[in-house]
Design a binder for this molecule. Structure first.
Ligand code: PMP
Length: 376
């Protein structure tokens, strides 16, 4: 089998699974309990928090809320900030190609009366800093722009976007870094808040964090026991938090070698899938090498995806999270691709565990599949 759908989810690292199982056995207490086992779990929780913040280089400035992943993190970051700081202003800015966990949070805030600007992207799927500059004003309280797009791998210039935001003292800059952590360079210290999920870097599913400048406050989404500084009630899974710290550190430690390896796979595929009569690439050349998106010119993406799946080759069409809705890519539409291209895109996404041999086998199988599928 060939698994090229790592942007949807990546299998946990074997070492992460052993690490997790050991931590479950070693630290059985609830970190909120005041007895010895509870205090032991709490010390481990704080160690995990500190380790992750240190890995990002943010131990002195930022705090971290453990949660169930980027969907929850994005909701708390966006709604929590908007609700807490609404007396400062009601203008919010995001981009037109965000993940649904960002876009839908903003839509909800719009229904509540906030004014939301959805910035366009250019043909490469990136937000132009000039368009953010035009949209910002003194009533803006939050800007949320993703680091790496999950469909195309397009990388935003977060440094420039954060600098522009910070010209307005009331405005905070948030970034959804789910596809960026450990995969591309990120100016972490310039971000007021960011979110991610552990399962995109070989960690556990339903686990992640929201990192934020320590002075920031949120209106909590859930009421409860007041865990995680009162912003995210619920008993924290300490073994999962420790495992998260493990995989974040691993992703940083192996950043260069992983990148080099994945770049090789991505370059090979770009060269060998370059069949101008059949394929148009959507990922720009400087996209994250972990994602390669292209449209099929003559074939239906859903049919090709199924034919590949029958050969145990797994890729994605549109994005996993929106594939149950309207099967047209909003991201490619925002990039001014034709309707045919936006309805017939495939995304290949890689992890360090993929190999060049898999890429070679993919090209061979893909060409056979294209020959066997009738034109749309
Ligand atoms: N943001 C982006 C960019 C993503 O790719 C994903 C996962 N597809 C999410 C947010 C949501 O992550 P999760 O499903 O782990 O909450």
């Amino acid at each position: 089998m060939i698994y090229f759908d790592n942007a949807a989810t990546t299998a946990p690292l074997e070492e992460a699974i052993s690490f997790y199982l050991k931590a479950i056995a070693d630290f059985p207490g609830n970190p909120s309990s005041t007895h010895g086992l509870g205090r032991q779990a709490d010390r481990q929780l704080e160690k995990a928090r500190k380790d992750i913040l240190e890995t990002f280089g943010l131990a002195k400035t930022h705090s971290l809320i453990f949660n169930s992943g980027a969907t929850e993190g994005n909701n708390l970051a966006i709604k929590g900030i908007a609700h807490f700081y609404k007396n400062r202003g009601t203008k919010l800015i995001t981009s037109s190609v965000e993940h649904p966990s960002v876009t839908e949070a903003f839509k909800e805030l719009e229904r509540e009366g906030f004014e939301v600007t959805y910035l366009p992207v250019n043909e490469e799927g990136k937000v132009e800093p000039a368009s953010l500059e035009k949209a910002l004003d003194k009533d803006t309280i939050l800007v949320s722009i993703m680091g790496v797009n999950n469909e195309t791998g397009s990388i935003n210039d977060l440094s420039a976007l954060a600098d522009l935001t910070h010209k307005f003292p009331k405005a905070l800059f948030h970034s959804d870094l789910t596809q960026a952590i450990g995969k591309v360079k990120v100016p972490y210290s310039k971000l007021d808040l960011f979110t991610y999920s552990s399962h995109k870097i070989g960690g556990l599913r339903s686990d992640g964090a929201l990192v934020y400048l320590s002075k920031i406050k949120f209106a909590p989404i859930n009421d409860g026991g007041g865990q995680e500084f009162g912003f995210r009630s619920g008993t924290i899974n300490v073994p999962a938090a420790l495992t998260q710290a493990y995989v974040v550190k691993e992703a940083f430690k192996n950043y260069e070698s992983n990148l080099k390896h994945v770049e090789e796979i991505s370059k090979y595929l770009r060269q060998n899938l370059n069949i101008p009569s059949e394929i148009r690439f959507n990922s720009p050349l400087d996209a994250s090498p972990y994602v390669l998106n292209f449209s099929l010119i003559n074939k239906k993406a859903s049919v090709v995806l199924e034919a590949l799946s029958e050969r145990e080759i797994y890729v994605s069409s549109v994005s996993a999270c929106s594939s149950k809705g309207e099967p047209i890519s909003g991201v490619l539409t925002a990039m001014h691709r034709s309707e045919g291209d936006a309805r017939n895109s495939l995304r290949l996404s890689f992890s360090k565990r993929n190999t060049l041999e898999e890429a070679e086998a993919f090209v061979k199988a893909f060409k056979e599949v294209l020959e066997g599928v009738i034109n749309r």
